[in-house]
Design a binder for this molecule. Sequence first.
Ligand code: AMP
Length: 179
Amino acid sequence: MLHEKENIKKYLLSAIRTVPDFPKQGIQFKDITTLLADKKALALTTQELSKPFLDSEADVIVGLESRGFLFGTNIAEVLNASFVPVRKPGKLPAETISENYELEYGTDSVEIHADSIKKGDKVIIHDDLIATGGTACAASKLVKRLGGTIIGYSFIMELGFLNGRKKLDHKKVESLLII
Ligand code: AMP
């Protein structure tokens, strides 16, 4: 069983392309378009992301723009939950609330539709990758402001050396690949 899990991880890791110096010098960009283009990796990723939450009775998967939309909806389908996007400013058409967060240089912000989460909804936050944890942390504040309860976080990849999970301050942070 452990063997199978390790093989799946190896396979998924090999399906992800690392592009050096994109979008700027010094960044090792983790490109999941190659994983999406491989139908076996696509199915395995949805399966493995969903697994830790099968008994969670989640109501909503919140996916973070934009690569968090790709598997966020897949996970929602498997878990019989709904999907809600968190987007960059100015993209969502109806009434929104927003949260600012710190970047290395300057600040950024994220938005969610004000009517997208109901009080008491059990929410999983999903993105393709956690680096510093700033984006996921800002998204969690949006969910909490709308009355949702965060029951966990889900990522395909985690840049372990940045320790972004510390910022999330939650027991259930599930990353398929720690790199
Ligand atoms: P952070 O807020 O620092 O955790 O950054 C996470 C967001 O930035 C996610 O939406 C990722 O898709 C993106 N991101 C950060 N670093 C990388 C990287 N090395 N490769 C691909 N995406 C990244």
